[in-house]
Design a protein around this ligand. Structure first.
Ligand code: PLP
Length: 461
């Protein structure tokens, strides 16, 4: 920091950095945290102030900050081969693809890109080309769910079921259709599990019948709707959806961008639900955010449908300049080594159970508590202001909560810009290495902040 002291960093930030999901006018009287370094589950700002990162950045720093193994891997790879595209090949991509194929034996062919959005775009293009080549040119529609999130690019955004994220960016791409979310706390059918017979899953079947099975290419689902509020589906839901997909000759894409690499206490979320996807997409935890990388893993059956003579036009006609970047692949390999050697998947399962206990002990009885949903180290805490009507806490309430937490040195996630008047879910998704005493601090801090804001809510509630 030779050039900029903290004041001029804030000033230049305000002038030149356009931040996501942020109203910049708010920076006339405040400024973002400027984070300079991190270790374990803690990051430090420009003034040396520590913050417990209960959101693992954007739910991606699974192995925690400051892992030397990942840094060493990056340096080694940069010295050896800084870049080469996958129009040819290189050892780092070959090794990583092979490793992923061992984790995902049903989808052993890996197309690399740079982000979760690109991984999903790739999946959509693959299924559409697949169906065209199989003689079903009208199978183009992609079904997804309300409140689900699949990315920021226009195809992935069209598959996203979050009206606020889409507002002003239309028209959306055609042939993306949403069905009801498995949201038991606010059941869209006003029913209860199990007597509901999972109408939310049946909604896929109804929608396929309405659209016409010959027009539906794929269903895309997250194992748990993450950014949309940690919506955990009832037992049997995902396998029922997989069944419906199979019955109607529709491919199943499972978006593991958040849920992959240990987040839910399993290496991949779909393992928890006994489901065999045709395509798995991933990003965030693949390199724990140390490098940008995304991947789309595809079944033998789909991959083989792209084989033909050189001039058949059946090859996948897409290239990502940085997809399968050697440094990102090498870092991802080092990351997967850490996850395995330190048994972080098992650790996430155990600390996740402890987190669930803490939330139940300290938050459950607060009058502003709607619902608490936990799976592994992903937790959604739904804040309400009227228990009888389950009135969601306002955006102003949730922002005030975020500020109180920051003042206590805690960075938490929250559902943001999902649905108007319905962004009332705090999210905990810390690094998988988080210690129990750190989780205790986070939950105690949350209970304190919720009480403070609940007792003196902001005027715009
Ligand atoms: C489930 C899911 N899919 C896809 C994406 C998009 O990933 P990216 O931001 O890397 O493009 C995200 C991002 O948060 C996500 O949560």
């Amino acid at each position: 920091m030779d050039e900029f002291d903290s004041e001029s960093l804030y000033e230049h930030d305000g002038r030149h950095v356009w931040h996501p999901l942020t109203q910049h006018q708010d920076y006339h009287h405040s400024h973002p945290l400027v984070i300079t370094h991190g270790q374990g589950s803690t990051v430090y700002d420009i003034n040396g102030q520590p913050y417990l990162d209960a959101a693992a950045g954007l739910w991606c720093v699974n192995v925690g900050y400051g892992r030397q193994e990942l840094t060493d891997a990056a340096l080694r790879q940069m010295q050896q081969l800084a870049y080469y595209p996958l129009t040819q090949s290189h050892p780092a991509a070959i090794e990583l693809a092979t490793r992923l194929s061992h984790y995902l034996p049903n989808t052993p062919h890996i197309y690399f890109s740079n982000s979760g959005s690109e991984a999903n775009e790739t999946a959509f293009k693959i299924v559409r080309q697949y169906w065209q080549q199989q003689g079903f040119p009208h199978k183009t529609k992609i079904l997804s769910r309300f409140r689900g999130y699949h990315g920021t690019t226009l195809g992935a955004l069209s598959a996203t079921g979050q009206p606020e994220r889409k507002r002003n960016y239309g028209p959306m791409a055609p042939d993306f259709v949403q069905v009801s979310a498995p949201y038991c706390y606010r059941c869209p059918f006003h029913m209860q599990y199990p007597s509901c017979e999972m109408q939310c899953a049946e909604d896929f079947e109804r929608r396929i019948q309405i659209e016409g099975p010959d027009s539906v290419a794929a269903i895309i689902v997250e194992p748990i709707i993450s950014g949309g509020g940690v919506l955990i589906s009832p037992p049997g839901y995902l396998s029922r959806v997989a069944h419906i997909a199979k019955d109607y000759n529709v491919k199943l894409i499972v978006d593991e961008v958040v849920t992959g690499f240990g987040r839910l206490g399993a290496l991949f979320g779909h393992e928890l639900y006994n489901t065999k996807p045709d395509i798995v997409t991933m990003a965030k935890g693949l390199a724990s955010g140390y490098m940008p990388i995304g991947a789309t893993a595809v079944s033998d059956e789909i991959f083989h449908a792209f084989l033909g003579s050189t001039d058949s036009g059946r090859h996948f006609r897409q290239v990502n300049t940085f997809g399968g970047h050697p440094v990102a692949c090498a870092v991802a390999m080092a990351n997967l080594n850490v996850i395995e050697q330190d048994q972080l998947v098992e650790q996430a399962r155990a600390t996740g159970q402890y987190l669930e206990q803490l939330l139940s002990d300290q938050l459950q009885d607060l009058p502003w508590m709607g619902d608490i949903r936990v799976q592994g180290l992903l937790a959604g805490i739904e804040i309400i202001t009227e228990p009888e009507t389950k009135t969601p806490a306002s955006d102003a309430f949730m922002r005030a909560l975020g500020r109180r937490l920051i003042n206590q040195g805690i960075l938490a996630g929250k559902a943001t810009d999902v649905e108007t008047w319905h962004n009332n879910i705090l999210i905990i998704a810390p690094p998988l290495v988080i210690h129990r005493y750190e989780l205790e601090r986070i939950v105690t801090g949350m209970a304190h902040a919720i009480r403070q804001v609940g007792q003196a809510p902001p005027v715009h509630v």
